[in-house]
Design a protein around this ligand. Structure first.
Ligand code: ARG
Length: 594
């Protein structure tokens, strides 16, 4: 279905052409002066230069030829030459009626869907998730869902950090504590126990202990490096321990991500491409892309047009060990082979901008991807505390994600139960749903690349540009629809029928709600093209405001004129469905009541 703005631009372009001007001048944009008009066209200003005529004269000519438009109820030329536009109620009503009938409210789907891999989350095995992982998970999940909604074939991959020194450190510390474990017996040939010799909480304590020790004690560090090497070269007992670490840690990660309503199609990690590294290294050497520099194997990636220094991409360290780059490059090769993606999108902190620039250039230069494969890194800003510094616990330590979520759940529970008698379990469940909207909307409503301040009071507020406000609006609509259902009114589930019940807007508030709804497909398309979940947030905030204004000015349930009432209900149904679709692509949902 064509976009609303394109349709009205089309009408304006016809008018320019009819008046003897270039039709491309007739581009319409939303109004800068909502007090005067709904849309505007500045084409006469541009035409003035081309046709050497006063803009107001051109504007008047265009108006003259547009008198009996089916689209505009008002088209007014104002000094110095703007065209102020208002849309005919019937035109909007028909558009919304169509929206109700179409799949995905008339969003145009691609003829040939792109295959897209979104690489996000990126937690490190055996380390607790901290707030830094929150943004990658939240933004990545939303980008994945937006792309999927836009009709593409999208695969989400968690890309676990499961292969480096951290694994060697854990194994070393385990050996110190339990040297008699069968895993460390080189002569042991039997099966290894099924149960891991540690729990997740032990694991999470072991890692920081080991990491601390290795910084102070060079001999300990040496042991950890050796353990890493033994693991990577396939020593049986070490591999068995690694499997335990993975099992325990991944189970915990799954629980954490599930609480965040984040889910991955692939739970692959750095370890999965380990066996591809030697082949990749050979290839890079043989084709002459890689060369030795101070003992390390590197690929030059600088380009003539660079304005800043782009250092070579390092493939192997001088001791032959692989690096973060190595696994990322091998993963690209692996993905190309297994999935033939058209695009790969990576979500990490923006401090990795340069790193990904190097990796992508190397992959392109060494023809690890086809020339038309798009590699995109979305670097996001930091989540700060109210003091403007990276978010910490009250004691100043690193905030674990789980703690943060618990805190916000508690706060939401407090708000929901304040001065009210509610069922304990229901209140707990609702608090969780609403808290998730607070966290996710608080993050996603900002442009990803910017830092933002995690402000608990603001994010959990039921008023203003927040997740809870959006949910509150949806719940309000649901409750009206439920009330009417009890009165045996309209069958409120059938959006498609609702389209036929719509009538022309009877008030300014109703009209602006309708206009807001008409922008859905254009907004979703932009959110996909620009990988910009914040556009979805901005849209639903505007839509929720438009709805609430309409709600406050209109008696809906008590409306006596049945046709009018049905039309209101149809509008409510469409608003609810559009809002719920939007929050779903943002990665949260609304409760039935709150
Ligand atoms: N594990 C990494 C970290 O915690 C993030 C991984 C991001 N993804 C990637 N393909 N490099 O910093």
């Amino acid at each position: 279905m064509k976009k609303f703005l394109d349709l009205i631009s089309e009408e304006m372009k016809n008018a320019f052409e009819a008046a003897g001007f270039d039709r491309e001048l007739g581009k319409v944009t939303p109004s800068n002066r909502p007090d005067l008009c709904e849309y505007q066209c500045n084409g006469a200003m541009a035409a003035a230069k081309l046709y050497k005529k006063a803009p107001i004269m051109i504007a008047n000519q265009v108006v003259e030829g547009c008198k009996d438009s089916e689209v505009f109820s008002q088209i007014e030329a104002v000094n110095p030459g703007f065209l102020n536009l208002k849309i005919k109620e019937t035109f909007i009503k028909d558009y919304l009626g169509q929206m109700c009938k179409e799949v995905k409210f008339g969003l145009e789907l691609p003829e040939k869907p792109s295959r897209i891999i979104v690489d996000y989350g990126g937690p490190n095995v055996a380390k607790p998730l901290h707030v830094g992982h929150l943004r990658s998970g939240v933004i990545g999940e939303s980008i994945k869902r937006i792309a999927r909604y836009a009709g593409h074939d999208v695969i989400g991959d968690i890309h676990l950090g499961d292969w480096g020194l951290q694994m060697g450190l854990i194994i070393t510390e385990l050996k110190e504590r339990q040297p008699n474990l069968v895993y460390f017996d080189d002569d042991y040939m039997g099966d290894y126990p099924k149960e891991a010799p540690f729990s997740i909480s032990e694991l999470e304590e072991i890692y920081p202990t080991a990491s601390g020790k290795s910084k102070e004690d060079p001999a300990y560090k040496e042991c950890a490096l050796e353990a890493t090497f033994k693991l990577q070269s396939g020593v049986r007992g070490y591999r068995a321990l690694w499997n335990h670490i993975m099992e325990v840690s991944v189970a915990d990660l799954k629980r954490n991500y599930e609480n965040l309503n984040i889910d991955f199609d692939l739970w692959k990690g750095e370890s999965d491409v380990h066996d591809m590294i030697p082949g990749m290294v050979d290839y890079l050497k043989k084709e002459g892309y890689a060369y030795l520099s101070d003992g390390a194997l590197v690929v030059d990636v600088k380009e003539e047009t660079d304005t800043k220094e782009i250092p070579p991409c390092m493939i192997l360290k001088s001791d032959g060990a692989s690096l973060y780059n190595t696994t990322d490059l091998a993963t690209i090769m692996d993905r190309m082979k297994a999935y033939h993606p058209d695009r790969m999108i990576y979500l990490t902190d923006k401090r990795q901008d340069l790193y990904f620039e190097q990796v992508f250039r190397c992959a392109k230069k060494a023809k690890m991807v086809t020339p038309d494969t798009e590699l995109l890194h979305i670097g996001f800003g930091t989540m700060n505390g109210k003091d403007g510094k990276p978010f910490k616990t009250r004691e100043g330590g690193v905030m674990r994600l789980e703690m943060l979520i618990n805190e916000i759940n508690e706060e939401m529970y407090r708000k929901i139960t304040e001065n009210r008698q509610v069922d304990e379990q229901e209140a707990r469940d609702t608090a969780k749903v609403v808290a998730l909207s607070a966290i996710k909307y608080g993050d996603l409503s900002n442009q990803a690349s910017k830092d933002y301040i995690f402000d608990m009071d603001k994010f959990t507020s039921f008023e203003g540009n927040t997740g809870p406000y959006i949910l509150y609006t949806i719940v309000r609509i649901k409750s009206i629809l439920n009330k009417v259902k009890e009165q045996k009114g309209l069958g409120t589930e059938e959006l498609c029928k609702a389209g036929e019940l719509l009538r022309n807007a009877g008030s300014e508030a109703e009209k602006s709600l309708m206009l807001s709804l008409s922008g859905f497909n254009a907004m979703m398309e932009t959110a996909y093209v620009e990988t910009a979940p914040h556009k979805v947030c901005a849209y639903i905030y505007e839509l929720a405001n438009a709805f609430n204004r309409f709600y406050h000015e209109t008696k809906i349930v008590t409306e006596e004129n049945q046709e009018k009432k049905n039309s209101y209900l149809a509008l409510l149904l469409l608003t609810r469905d559009v809002l719920e679709t939007c929050i779903d692509v943002l990665g949260f949902s609304a409760p039935e009541r709150m």
